[in-house]
Design a protein around this ligand. Structure first.
Ligand code: UDX
Ligand code: ADP
Length: 465
């Protein structure tokens, strides 16, 4: 059995590495157009950071896991082809800012149709709008060499930062399709290490929609608790206490109730906007408006946080040094896509603050590129003054202590564990007074910090002085 995966990103790379690790008899070939990314997958420094991933890749790479740019060759040889390419939100034309851009999916389908011979199973791994499989099937039906295909939907539910754990022991594997033979072939691969009762099968459209729905529900929980955090700040309630109290109700459950500066990541916003677009397309205006509110609440939460920083710091942060701890959209990943940090930094920069940013895993190049993106419009245009601010007012530091040195405030953007272990006595002494902490993750020990003299402003809590 040979597998090809088109797209060596955050989904394709770890997923294929796990399949190759668990199934030594299957040849797994991951291909990508991006040579630098492939080179990194073949090196000791993988292009993505995930706890435990280095070991999985190292074990399989010398055996049955290959990374290359030889897309045609991999497609031709494979029995099963996974499509795991990016599907960003469209930035142009019809549906701009909402619909998924399916250009890369379509190009893959056309390439498969051109190169394939015999019979192949094509698996949609990327998250896609409902009925994309219809389009993929039609393109494949124009195959030049008489090839035939079964199309399956097998969305990936792994979360970044816990990808290896999630792949090793997923809550469920979902396979949607029409052909029982193709579904069984894919299910048998997963059944090597996952119990059969966790492998669910549905029709194609249910599978595609389930992925969008799962992400919408998860994001909705975060927006719901974040909405309550605003009310907590206004009333003196504590959002963590409220979350604990409601989370003990077994019908609600404790997970995904951590109030934050706003959700980020490549999926939540994109998938909800996609869902909204689909609902509008089908004339379901009320349903679209309902889900769109989850994203609006997230934008409000980010805006509210930057406004609170400025207001608290005597209504001006101009020329003040602000330490930003964390830039990734969550801990244990180097991914910054849609990270709240980039928007908070943008807002503070436009208030003329001087930012010292530290993240244990995100490179300076990435941070600067993200700030440019955050300051740009949908067409990618950025004004001269924003560009200049990014050049002159942003420093990237190699550790959190240097970032905080002589600063007026520390802003916690990502919940990295190491931040909790810093020497806050030293940090306090090195800072300007009053020494503000804005904890966007409710990560630090606020009582302890207050005793040291810090003034703490956290999400969904009254200020601790
Ligand atoms: C998500 C889904 O969880 C996963 O199933 C899907 O395959 C891809 O999208 P991911 O974006 O990698 O995964 O991470 P996730 O853990 O879901 O976090 C998303 C964002 O929500 C992060 O910014 C995180 O910090 C935030 N979040 C999450 C909260 O603010 N509070 C919470 O309680 C949980
Ligand atoms: P995800 O988070 O969904 O994995 P990424 O952006 O991390 O998304 O990865 C998608 C990868 O797919 C990128 O590395 C991109 O270069 C690759 N890709 C996109 N289109 C094609 C294509 N037609 N052939 C091969 N690789 C592609």
């Amino acid at each position: 059995m040979k597998i090809c995966c088109i797209g060596a990103g955050y989904v394709g790379g770890p997923t294929m590495a796990m399949i190759a690790k668990q199934c030594p008899d299957i040849d797994v070939h991951v291909v990508d157009l991006n040579q630098a990314r492939i080179d990194a997958w073949n090196s000791d420094k993988l292009p993505i950071y995930e706890p435990g991933l280095d070991e999985v890749v190292a074990e399989a790479r010398s055996r049955n896991l290959t990374f290359s740019t030889r897309v045609d060759e991999a497609i031709a040889a494979a029995d099963i082809i996974f499509i795991s390419v990016n599907t960003p939100t469209k930035t142009f034309g019809i549906g701009a800012g909402r619909a998924a851009n399916l250009e890369f999916i379509e190009k893959c389908a056309r390439q498969i149709a051109r190169v394939a011979t015999g019979h192949k199973i094509v698996v949609e791994k990327s998250t896609l709008p409902v009925r994309t499989a219809e389009a993929v099937k039609r393109i494949l039906s124009s195959a030049e060499n008489g090839a035939t295909f079964d199309v399956l939907s097998n969305p990936e539910f792994l979360a970044e930062g816990t990808a290896v754990e999630d792949l090793l022991s997923p809550d469920r594997v979902l396979i949607g399709g029409e052909s029982p033979v193709a579904i069984a072939a894919l299910a048998n691969i997963y059944a090597t290490w996952i119990s059969r009762d966790r492998i669910l099968t549905t029709n194609l459209w249910s599978s595609e929609l389930s992925k969008l729905t799962a992400n919408a529900f998860l994001a909705q929980r975060v927006s719901s608790i974040n909405a309550i955090s605003a009310l907590c700040e206004a009333t003196g309630a504590d959002v963590d206490e409220v979350a604990r109290a409601i989370g003990t109700d077994s019908r609600i459950g404790p997970k995904f109730l951590k109030s934050s500066v706003g959700f980020g990541g490549s999926c939540f916003q994109k998938d909800i906007l996609n869902l909204v677009y689909l609902c509008e397309h089908f004339g379901l205006r009320e349903v679209a408006a309902y889900w769109e509110q989850v994203v609006s609440m997230n934008d409000y939460q980010k805006r509210r946080f930057s406004e609170r920083i400025v207001r608290t710091m005597f209504n001006t942060v101009s020329d003040k040094k602000i330490a930003v701890w964390g830039f990734a959209f969550k801990k244990d990943t180097n991914d910054t896509r849609e990270s709240a940090a980039m928007y908070i930094c943008r807002d503070l920069l436009r208030e003329r603050a001087r930012l010292s940013i530290y993240d244990p895993r995100v490179s300076e190049k990435q941070i600067r590129a993200d700030l440019v993106t955050a300051c740009s419009d949908l067409q990618g245009q950025i004004c001269e003054s924003d560009l200049k601010l990014i050049e002159t007012n942003v420093t990237i530091e190699k550790d959190g202590m240097s970032a905080a040195d002589s600063s007026h405030a520390i802003v916690v953007m990502t919940e990295w564990d190491e931040f909790k272990e810093f020497d806050f006595t030293k940090i306090y002494q090195s800072m300007q007074q009053p020494a503000f902490v804005f904890d966007g993750r409710n990560l630090l020990d606020h009582k302890k910090l207050a005793l040291l003299g810090f003034e703490i402003h956290a999400i969904g809590k009254s200020a601790t002085v």
